[in-house]
Design a protein around this ligand. Structure first.
Ligand SMILES: [Zn+2]
Length: 112
């Protein structure tokens, strides 16, 4: 079941599992237009700062005080995973540098 539109062609070609994978720095390829798509990298960097903060803070508290903080760390991790699904998708340029949605790929045999 696909419900999330591709930022290149606006066709609904991605599902929530794809969206979860972009939250783990995954790069997707649209099945309609073959455009590459990832999550907004700046938002993702902020989220990963929060992941590091979660592990360092509650790991340190678990070391100092009580192992129950490991459970708090796990809950915080799951909450951050939940938010990672809602990071907006952004189009990546094709390897040649041009956006795939702007022009059709040319056939190199026709040039010469
Ligand atoms: Zn597409």
């Amino acid at each position: 079941m696909t419900s999330i539109p591709c930022p290149h062609c606006e066709q609904k070609t991605f599902n929530w599992w794809h969206k979860y994978r972009t939250g783990k720095w995954g790069i997707l390829r649209c099945s309609q237009c073959t455009g590459r798509v990832c999550a907004q990298p700046i938002v993702l960097a902020v989220l990963y700062f929060a992941y590091v903060w979660d592990v360092v803070l509650f790991g340190y508290l678990a070391y100092l005080d009580s192992l129950w903080y490991l459970l708090v760390m796990l809950v915080g991790w799951l909450i951050l995973d939940y938010f990672s699904v809602y990071i907006p998708l952004t189009p990546l340029r094709s390897p040649s540098g041009a956006a795939l949605s702007d022009k059709q790929p040319s056939d190199p045999k026709q040039d010469s």
